[in-house]
Design a protein around this ligand. Structure first.
Ligand SMILES: [Zn+2]
Length: 443
């Protein structure tokens, strides 16, 4: 005779047989006996204070042999229920496993976002205890978080204007109209002929760019703008650092590392440009100057401070950093395919003189073709070459499109989750009471 078992879950009575429950003896329901704590002799049933809606699915495991999840159940509840009823993940049906893991993926995305958008701030306790800290907090928020107040917004506009100004001055500095002559061409020729200075001896007179940089310097207006920007950014860095609540963490933000490097480079080049004669006589210094001058290009990165306002930009960065694997795959595919097609084109065009002189030039051609850029500086001319070229272009589209689809899916996931995060943060801001416990627990 079948033995009926009564189970009351959250007030709802479920009826099943001992035979059914015996299907999974290592789970909580499989282990039930009349000596269990949950057994109530008066009603002859086992009483549990759990979610009755979920329990239907739990019982189905014993009936069907597989655990199937209804899609409207939250991932967190599901995990807690499964843990309570001692159901291992391996019992989940294949059709439902994706639903189970989707929660993990979503949580990972959310954590990554929170980590990236979590700004440094003073704690409430610090602010209450000292007046200095309260002031520093104001300075910090103004300098670091443009969305924190109206002053911070205004300051940020000023900052951005100066960033743009410094960029414009950098770009204009390469145009002949914005350069002042410090040495005439004839004098330059004389120096090269009569003086033994390595810097001038190495100069290529056929290269107009080299000649321009040797005979002219940035116009006084541009130099003054540059000096102003440098002073501003130096003061900004000092204020930014001094007001930082956790100094150790200041340099964990890439943009904050950039600033000291950039300022060192800018001040060094500034010092060199004001002591040209001293520098030109020493070759090592000239090399150092050129390196520093190249570093100054990094000033363009300062513009990325704008990510503090437009979260979308930050999402792009997060997407790229979490798509490293796929991008690496793309890179490897490109390198392998590049070498492959380069070798083919090299031999296919063997009869055409001067075309594809080495396999190296073939790799350049293959990558330019696969990315659909096609500069046209090199192209196959023989019939075999055309065949290789066509398959290279076709293959390029294929390997390019697949990883890019994954990157854009990642981007969409981050974008969507970030929207939810922003809404949630806004809600917490508007209802500060709910937040009290959390803010006290922080740090
Ligand atoms: Zn299923």
């Amino acid at each position: 005779m079948r033995k009926i078992v009564n189970i009351t879950v959250g007030g709802k009575v479920f009826r099943t047989t001992q035979e059914t429950l015996d299907n999974f003896p290592n789970t909580r329901l499989g282990k039930l006996t009349h000596t269990s704590d949950e057994y109530d002799a008066e009603t002859d049933s086992f009483i549990f204070d759990r979610n009755p809606d979920m329990f239907n699915k739990i019982l189905d495991l014993y009936r069907l042999g597989e655990f199937h999840i209804s899609s409207n159940i939250c991932g967190s509840t599901l995990r807690k229920e499964m843990e309570y009823w001692q159901i291992p993940t391996t019992h989940i049906g294949e059709c439902c496993i994706q639903h189970y893991f989707k929660y993990d993926d979503d949580m990972k995305v959310m954590q990554k976002l929170r980590k990236n958008f979590d700004d440094l701030d003073y704690t409430d306790i610090e602010c209450k205890s000292s007046r200095y800290k309260r002031w520093m907090r104001k300075v910090w928020l103004t300098v670091d978080q443009p969305l924190s107040s109206i002053y911070a917004r205004i300051y940020n506009y000023i900052f951005m204007t100066i960033v743009v100004l410094s960029m414009v001055s950098f770009v204009l500095g390469s145009h002949p109209s914005f350069r002042k002559e410090i040495l005439s061409y004839d004098k330059l020729l004389m120096i090269i002929e009569f003086l033994d200075i390595e810097f001038f001896d190495n100069l290529n007179l056929n290269n107009s760019k080299e000649v321009m940089f040797a005979t002219t310097m940035a116009s006084p207006v541009l130099s003054k703008i540059d000096l102003f920007c440098m002073i501003f950014f130096s003061v900004e860095l000092v204020v930014h650092f001094i007001s930082c609540p956790i100094k150790k963490k200041f340099f964990t933000f890439p943009l904050n590392v950039l600033d000291p490097v950039l300022l060192t480079a800018m001040w060094t080049t500034f010092a060199f440009e004001n002591n040209l004669e001293f520098m030109i006589e020493r070759e090592a210094l000239t090399t150092l100057y050129q390196i520093m001058k190249a570093l100054v290009v990094l000033r363009l990165f300062r513009f990325f401070r704008i990510v503090k306002i437009y979260s979308g930009l930050k999402i792009i960065m997060i997407t790229l950093s979490s798509s490293v694997k796929v991008l690496l795959l793309l890179f490897i595919a490109f390198v392998v395919a590049g070498i492959f097609f380069a070798s083919f084109i090299y031999y296919a065009e063997f009869q055409v003189p001067d075309n594809f002189p080495t396999i190296f030039t073939g790799i350049w051609w293959a990558i330019v073709t696969m990315t659909t850029v096609g500069y046209g500086d090199m192209y196959p001319q023989s019939t075999y070459g055309h065949l290789v070229g066509a398959s290279c272009a076709f293959f390029g589209i294929l390997i390019l499109s697949m990883p890019i689809a994954i990157v854009s899916t990642n981007f969409f996931a981050f974008y969507q989750k970030n929207k939810e995060r922003e809404q949630q943060d806004q809600f917490k801001k508007d209802n500060p009471r709910d937040d009290v416990v959390e803010s006290e627990n922080r740090i």
